[in-house]
Design a protein around this ligand. Structure first.
Ligand SMILES: Cc1cc2nc3c(=O)[nH]c(=O)nc-3n(C[C@H](O)[C@H](O)[C@H](O)COP(=O)(O)OP(=O)(O)OC[C@H]3O[C@@H](n4cnc5c(N)ncnc54)[C@H](O)[C@@H]3O)c2cc1C
Length: 180
């Protein structure tokens, strides 16, 4: 509801993308990081972007056996470039902590405690008590859509306008605030 306001700014963030692997053991990064899902000793992470790699490192530091499955030929390949120091350090730490990385590979399903992964050499099974999908985010603009035809002028900023990062959200906020 937006009664009695001249302007409403919607900053409702984003939602993680999910694809149906059809098993109760599948979750997303937020659920693991927020403690809503407790993972077992072997975890497969689908997606070797920044969220997948940072989650992998965190879980490895918790003593979990972690495998990253990435469909591109390398991890951390999208949405860059990262600062080279961060990029090199993250890669080195994943290696140091024994995180297994399988690139050029696609998650196909989950059966009997294993993630089925398609590779150039055929399907392989990755033992996993839990699978965490880290495959990106979509803007959450439901509230914006609900309010946009009301009396107030409605704007959206940050991830609800376009998924990016904290700096982008702050720039958005600053630019909008300067025009109101
Ligand atoms: C695991 C992870 C790690 C990240 N690490 C970094 C990083 O290191 N550096 C970086 O720059 N960015 C990072 N990001 C991205 C960054 O978190 C987002 O770009 C940033 O938080 C976007 O800010 P926002 O204010 O638009 O949305 P959010 O921070 O997502 O805030 C949206 C808020 O709106 C609330 N909300 C939603 N709907 C409603 C409603 N109907 N009514 C009331 N409240 C509602 C939500 O609960 C939430 O609190 C990371 C993202 C993830 C998922």
């Amino acid at each position: 509801m937006a009664e009695g306001f001249d302007n409403v700014i919607v900053a409702t963030g984003s939602r993680p993308k999910r694809f149906p692997l059809g098993a109760a053991q599948i979750s997303v990064a937020e659920e693991v990081l927020n403690g809503q899902v407790e993972v077992g000793s072997d975890v497969a992470i689908i997606g070797g972007g920044l969220v997948g790699c940072e989650l992998a490192l965190w879980l490895a530091n918790e003593g979990k056996g972690v495998t990253i499955v990435e469909q591109l030929e390398d991890i951390l390949a999208l949405n860059g470039p990262l600062c080279p120091a961060n990029f090199e350090m993250l890669r080195a730490l994943l290696d140091f902590k024994g995180v297994r990385i399988i690139c050029g590979a696609t998650a196909k399903g989950y059966e009997a405690g294993a993630l089925i992964v398609g590779t150039a050499d055929g399907d392989i099974e990755v033992k996993a008590d839990n699978v965490v999908e880290c495959v990106g985010y979509t803007p959450n603009s439901d509230l914006f859509e609900d309010l946009r035809y009301g009396k107030a002028k409605v704007n959206k900023i940050g991830d609800s306008r376009g998924v990016a990062n904290i700096m982008n959200a702050i720039w958005d906020a600053y630019e909008l605030a300067s025009t109101i």
